[in-house]
Design a protein around this ligand. Structure first.
Ligand code: BGC
Length: 750
């Protein structure tokens, strides 16, 4: 029991073996209103905590608040020394000595980095994703952190939005499975273990639908999209016992998410029974004033607290306003008690009251952070995240001997960009570059030429980038090398900081002069393997038309270059499938596989010249690469799609089987995907909905039968009131290696 009154010796009355709710109750009883509000206050790291105490400005106020028990949490304080120092103030100097919960953005790793989350989603490998989160939790917890602001579970259909790199793509079913895997990976089975941390599903809700993909923008979606597309991954995370949720910067239906009672209380806390706590996003209480939703700070505090935002991240408003609001009778103290209780419960569950320094073991920090064992895990994850988009004439894998290979592109020699955008704790330039990865294959003659820079000047996480749109002075050197090469490998795409928060783009082609470089090289050598590095789907229509082999490698983290090289040389057979649609051009956005049919989906068969159908006159309706698309160095054949019968009762389980054969020459893995279509319903349903997937490995020539199960939960949907309903009728099912599969059958649900 860590909690005693340090000044008045007012010891708490619970015992170690009491259940957590009893401990929390007895603690709440002796807390002043101010102290309870203090638990609801989170500050960013504010001074060199291992140095002298600050004596002026914002830092001094934060320090005073910390000493006086008016801070419940800190974010972005990291490393055992720094965490111990702030924890010591909270525990030893405040009246009750309540430990802090220490939060940090551990988005795809702490120091050792996994691929960006969108890339991991392309693996469809839930076990690997869970392991990757375990590694992140192990390193972060060894560095003093006990709470991550991840997973980001925002579904998005808009690659202009830079934060798609942080999520799992466009599909709520895949997104829900991945949300659960990540929560499990971070939190483990025992939150009080020293190598697990509390997770945070964010951003609640609908942030991924910011209009026109513009960061922090208005969201205006209907109820059907909210309930069927946006909310399912959050609900899945709650069912997986996620300890916290973060609200979103956007408004939903005219109400900022931070003050949205419908989302936070009615749905999350009441309907879903969420027991953890809600943290606001950075300063989002304050921003309600700027939105024009709250009059002033006091009004904003009232709205956020009543709506159900439990902890204030860096608005500094709960701590300044809530006490008076309670004293004035505007807010019932019960609201404060509820929030404090939720926060304290998580602190107890983490074991912080047993030992507030349990995450501050320097020996463990040295052993665990950057452990070589973690490199194997992130390398495995990186290989699994790669998607082979195109491979004409089997240009890939590359031959291992006797080849002249020209490696071209600034990103080929990058050790920073592969680390992605959210990697605050990791050291710059610690990723393995593609050049380094390819240099391990020594029996070819590899020559590297940059061709052109992507950016100009300094690149920082927080600053706008300057893209090189003019300097082509190194094109010629690259062209000369390409002329003499048997194969050209071009690594092109986005700088690591071009995606992530506040990195929206209206043009999602290859940035800068890279498209020109690609075309200039193509003029002298058509044997090009295009290796893409990017944090979002790109529109690479020209490349798809001309370049024979295209490999999507995203930003793959610390081991990026090794993973890419092993796939290029066939030491690893790629099996990734796209978690998000690649458009032909930006005008098609939003374009996603699970769209509605419309009343005019196809051209008039008898009068094909007529324009009155749902289409564009300048580009075809299909995307460049579909959701679920991804090739392998082998091929797979699907056949014998079988259902045990064709009519099922509501409560029956529907067993489906399909035979899959590896029809190529090498062993390969395949993600078999099951989609349904509900043909007629009380609200229109998507033309396809993913409802199952299986990752299987097959030797050359081998056939396996894969079984899928559908039930009520898979066949129902949310009506516009947010109720889950199941309606009888005809369902079509499709199974195959992408969302474009046509292998199908039907059944009736009675
Ligand atoms: C982001 C959150 C993040 C928070 C703390 C905000 O700007 O939207 O996702 O967790 O900062 O760093």
């Amino acid at each position: 029991m860590a909690c005693t009154d340090n000044h008045n010796n007012n010891t708490i009355t619970y015992s170690k073996t009491d259940p957590i709710n009893k401990k929390v109750d007895s603690l709440i009883k002796i807390m002043t209103l101010k102290e309870k509000i203090g638990q609801m206050n989170q500050y960013n790291g504010f001074w060199d905590v291992t140095g002298p105490a600050p004596d002026n400005g914002d830092a001094e106020i934060k320090y005073e608040h910390l000493k006086n028990g008016l801070v419940g949490s800190m974010l972005s304080v990291r490393g055992t020394k720094a965490v111990r120092a702030v924890q010591k103030i909270a525990v030893e100097e405040s009246r009750l000595g309540i430990p802090l919960i220490i939060g940090f953005d551990v988005i795809h790793g702490y120091k050792t980095l996994s691929p960006i989350p969108l890339a991991e989603a392309a693996s469809w490998d839930l076990e690997a994703i869970e392991k990757s989160a375990q590694v992140a939790a192990a390193e972060a917890s060894a560095a003093g952190i006990n709470w991550t602001f991840a997973p980001m579970v925002d579904i998005s259909r808009d690659p202009r939005w830079g934060r798609v790199m942080e999520g799992a793509g466009e599909d709520p079913f895949l997104g829900s499975k991945i949300a659960v895997a990540r929560v499990k990976g971070f939190q483990g089975d025992d939150l009080s273990a020293v190598n697990t941390i509390a997770a945070c599903a964010k951003h609640f809700a609908a942030y991924g639908f910011s209009e026109a993909g513009k960061e922090y923008n208005t969201v205006d979606i209907g109820n059907s999209t909210l309930h069927n597309t946006v909310l399912p991954p959050f609900k899945a995370a709650v069912e997986a016992n996620v300890k916290t949720l973060m609200n979103a910067f956007n408004e939903y239906d005219g109400v900022p998410a931070t003050g949205n009672e419908y989302l936070l209380r009615n749905i999350l806390k009441d309907k879903w029974g969420f027991k953890g706590f809600v943290i606001t996003d950075w300063a989002s209480i304050k921003e309600m004033v700027i939105w024009g939703y709250a009059k002033d700070k006091r009004d904003a505090a009232k709205i956020a607290a009543l709506a159900g935002s439990d902890m204030d991240m860096e608005s500094h408003i709960y701590v300044s306003e809530l006490e008076q609001l309670v004293k004035d009778g505007v807010i019932d103290e019960k609201i404060i008690d509820e929030a404090a209780r939720r926060i304290l419960t998580v602190k107890f569950e983490l074991g912080l009251f047993d030992d507030p320094y349990r995450y501050c073991d320097e020996t463990r920090e040295k052993e665990v952070v950057n452990s070589p064992k973690h490199l194997d895990v992130v390398l495995d994850m990186a290989k699994k995240s790669i998607v082979l988009l195109k491979n004409e004439n089997d240009l890939l894998p590359l031959k291992k001997q006797g080849q002249n290979i020209a490696l071209i592109g600034a990103l080929a020699n990058e050790k920073n960009s592969p680390l992605g955008s959210w990697r605050i704790a990791s050291k710059d330039n610690t990723g393995v570059s593609v050049l380094e990865g390819m240099q391990n294959y020594k029996d070819n003659n590899l020559i590297y030429k940059k061709g052109a820079d992507i950016t100009v000047g300094d690149t920082q996480f927080v600053n706008e980038l300057t893209i090189n749109t003019t300097d082509k002075s190194e094109f010629n050197e690259a062209i000369d090398v390409a002329k003499k090469a048997d194969v050209v490998v071009m690594v092109l795409g986005e700088h690591g900081f071009q995606s992530g928060e506040a990195r929206s783009r209206t043009d999602i082609n290859l940035p800068g002069v890279q498209q020109e470089l690609l075309e200039a090289i193509y003029k002298v050598n058509k044997n090009i393997v295009l290796v893409l590095n990017n944090g979002r789907p790109l529109s690479i229509t020209w490349a798809d038309k001309h370049i024979p082999a295209i490999l999507e490698t995203w930003q793959l983290g610390t081991q990026a270059g090794h993973a890419v090289a092993q796939v290029l040389y066939g030491d690893y057979n790629p099996s990734g499938k796209l978690p998000m649609t690649f458009p032909r051009n930006v005008g098609q956005i939003p374009i996603y596989y699970n769209h509605k049919n419309t009343g005019r989906p196809v051209r008039d068969a008898f009068n094909p010249e007529l324009v009155f159908w749902s289409h564009y006159s300048d580009v075809e309706n299909t995307p460049l690469y579909h959701f679920g698309h991804g090739l392998s160095y082998t091929t797979f054949k699907y056949e014998n799609l079988a259902l045990e019968k064709t009519v099922f009762g509501m409560d029956e389980t529907i067993n489906i089987s399909v035979g899959i054969t590896n029809t190529g020459k090498v062993t390969g893995k395949e993600v078999a995907q099951l989609y349904i279509r509900d043909l007629v319903a009380s609200t229109t349903r998507p033309v396809k909905e993913l409802k199952g997937f299986e990752l299987i490995e097959l030797q050359a020539g081998e056939t396996k039968t894969v079984n899928f199960v559908l039930n009520k939960a898979s066949l129902g949907f949310y009506n516009n009131q947010g109720d889950f309903i199941i309606e009888p009728g005809t369902f079509e099912i499709f199974i195959g290696g992408s969302s474009q599969t046509t292998l199908n059958t039907r059944f009736e649900l009675e």
